[in-house]
Design a binder for this molecule. Sequence first.
Ligand SMILES: [Zn+2]
Length: 262
Amino acid sequence: MLVFWLVFSFILGLSAGSFLNCLIWRLSHRKTLLGRSICPKCGHQLFAKDNIPLLSFLLLRGRCRYCQEKISFEYPLLEFVTGILFVLVTLKNLGLLPLVFGWNMGQTFSTDLSPQNIFILKTIRDWIGVFILLFIFVYDLKYQIIEDIVVLPALLVVFLLNIFLGFPWQRIALGILVGLVFFGSQYLLTKGKGIGLGDLRIGCFLAAFFAEPWLFLFSLFFGYIIGGAVGLILVVLKRKKWKSAVPLGPFLVLGAFLVLFT
Ligand SMILES: [Zn+2]
């Protein structure tokens, strides 16, 4: 049964990663989300056999079947990472992942739900969270934009799932308020140059996802530490000027993963 759950999680994660690639590509090129996939180079329609996550890339040796153009390794990499993180979510919620700190294990849930239902709801919530966090990571890194059309509906869904799981909505709302004040004040103080409104939206999503304000604050703390360290290294190596340093979003995501998986 355990093997079934892990294989299921991995395949679901690979498919989610594949969808994520498609979502990122189509949003960034302002294409509709409907319709068949095409090769970005030659425009040839891609069929199911060209679109199997990870496997197609390996079988085609990283080239388009029709024009032989190289396919970026980012696509299978994102699929693989999503697959692995989906498996980690399942392991964690089954209590089988050896956690160093167990940050979000102390959360309390409604006693009306059976342990199975708590596991299912929590796992679905965490899969959605991982999916959106990876979306933010890649999209913010590549385009420095946060797409409301993806992040805001996801925020609403994790908010509702957390309420089903028995978290008082007031606590979640308090976390979101903390995020609004934390990022809003930085936005006003730096006149929008340091912190963008995108970071504010990431903050609100993280607050809704973690449900507990202190977990959310921990993720911000880790994100700022990692971001500050990487920024400092880049400045020392003279790769970047301090002002034009890297976007904050990807580091907030890493901070969130640390809270989720350690
Ligand atoms: Zn092609």
